[in-house]
Design a protein around this ligand. Structure first.
Ligand code: FAD
Length: 393
């Protein structure tokens, strides 16, 4: 099917309308502008809000390659930090995996998502892109390429990119199904104004539940604590957080954590979903709008960047030549990668969590978890498999 060049509404419309100024929408917008394609981004939040919203921090090597390839990596080259080791700590001790020496030998770059978003907004505006902050999309007509804003205004576009994240509206405009899994696990996600306590990412397995440590900057560290579902973050004041983190990280054996004020605390439920299909008519989903992945394996932002690059190439081809071959194959290109990442994230969830208690099922699950960790500690083949999936998508 070839797209008709021109608009359906008989008026001047942008070539591409993008819903959402997260990593997916902003990378897509920048790549389209680099090709000279006009596009408009609508973002329901303010610029200040999205430039300060702390989320991801670990960029895989392929994400860095994408950003570098398209001239979007100046910020992360200046301030990003290379990271190549993760460690597991449990009742039987701890071991480290230096993944720069395993699998394909790749590393992460630690660069907080809000810094990346700030860089991408600046670059998009420099490339004469238009962003309407504080503009919420209420509905999308995928066949017509019509976007209705929450003030009732209707805008047309030749193509619409649904990059509005897990809570956006674009997914609903694609007929199909959302395949969802609630893993029944919640994390209290914390940002501490304290330097990282160790050089590696730390995954701590404890009878009280999982605890995680991930560097963000020289002065800010992300921590996670597994907590019961529906926990109110307010029931975790700073003292309680540090006591529990030190306990689960076994500070008595390995040394106390660097403490400081907790500057953000929120609950993150381990839920995952994949929408299928991820395209309909003139609408194409990318990033968390297409697939939400639990943060256990730090894949969401990386998947968003990869989808944005694939979609940018396909839209450029369709807009510039009228050839829709790449656009037609967009879902088939992205979905296998999404499912592979989901599979690894699911594997990580089972590695990091096991039920407490003395029931046969709980003891069985904990024994499997111990066996998995022992295999990861001892088997070079297992370590290579882990590294390839941990760093790659
Ligand atoms: P988003 O970043 O959610 O952007 C969507 C945008 O759309 C938002 O700005 C939103 O305001 C806007 N929007 C929503 N609805 C509308 C509407 N109706 N109209 C207009 N605009 C709308 N991933 C990693 O790869 N590595 C990590 O280390 C990592 N750590 C994480 C830690 C935490 C605590 C969390 C919560 C997530 C983490 N992730 C990580 C996941 C990552 O943050 C997301 O996958 C990523 O933000 C997805 O980008 P996106 O552009 O698809 O969606």
């Amino acid at each position: 099917m070839g797209w008709v060049l021109g608009d359906s509404l008989g008026e001047t419309v942008p070539s591409v309308f993008i819903s959402g100024a997260g990593p997916a929408g902003l990378v897509l917008g920048n790549l389209l502008r680099a090709e000279g394609i006009d596009c408009v981004i609508a973002e329901r939040r303010s610029r200040e809000h999205v430039e300060q919203r702390a989320r991801a921090g670990f960029l895989a090597a392929n994400s860095v390659r994408i950003l570098t390839r398209h001239g979007l990596a100046a910020g992360l080259e200046a301030a990003g930090r290379q990271h190549d080791t993760c460690a597991f700590r449990g009742e039987h001790g701890q071991f480290e995996l230096k993944y720069s020496q395993l699998g394909r030998g790749e590393i992460h770059t630690v660069y907080p998502q809000q810094f990346l978003v700030r860089d991408l907004i600046g670059e998009f505006l420099d490339r004469d892109g238009e962003i309407r902050f504080g503009t919420s999309i209420a509905a999308i007509d995928a066949q017509q390429g019509e976007v209705t804003l929450d003030n009732g205004e209707t805008l047309g576009a030749r193509f619409v990119a649904g990059c509005d994240g897990r809570h956006g509206v674009s997914r609903q405009a694609v007929p199909g199904r959302t395949y969802r899994r609630d893993h029944g696990i919640s994390w209290l996600a914390l940002l501490a104004e304290a330097p990282p306590s160790m050089a590696s990412v730390m995954y701590a397995i404890h009878p009280n539940g999982f605890a995680g440590h991930m560097a963000r900057t020289a002065t800010v560290t992300r921590y996670y604590l597994q907590v019961p579902k529906n926990t109110d973050p307010a029931t975790w004041p700073d003292d309680r957080v540090w006591d529990e983190l030190n306990l689960r990280m076994r500070a008595d054996r390995y040394g106390a954590l660097n403490q400081g004020p907790i500057i953000e605390r929120r609950i993150v439920d381990m839920t995952s979903f994949v929408r299928e299909p991820i395209q309909h008519g003139r609408l194409f989903l990318a990033g968390d709008a297409a697939s939400l992945i639990s943060p256990s394996a730090a894949k969401g932002a990386n998947l968003a960047l990869m989808a944005a690059e694939v979609l940018a190439k396909a839209l450029s081809q369709a807009i510039k030549t009228g050839d829709s071959t790449l656009l037609d194959g967009y879902g088939a290109e992205c979905l296998p990668r999404i499912w592979r990442a989901q599979e690894f994230s699911h594997w990580m969830i089972n590695l990091l969590h096991a039920p407490s208690g003395d029931s046969e099922e709980a003891v069985f699950a904990r024994s499997l978890q111990r066996a998995r960790l022992a295999s990861l500690q001892c088997s070079r083949a297992h370590q290579d498999f882990f590294a390839e999936n941990y760093i790659g998508v």
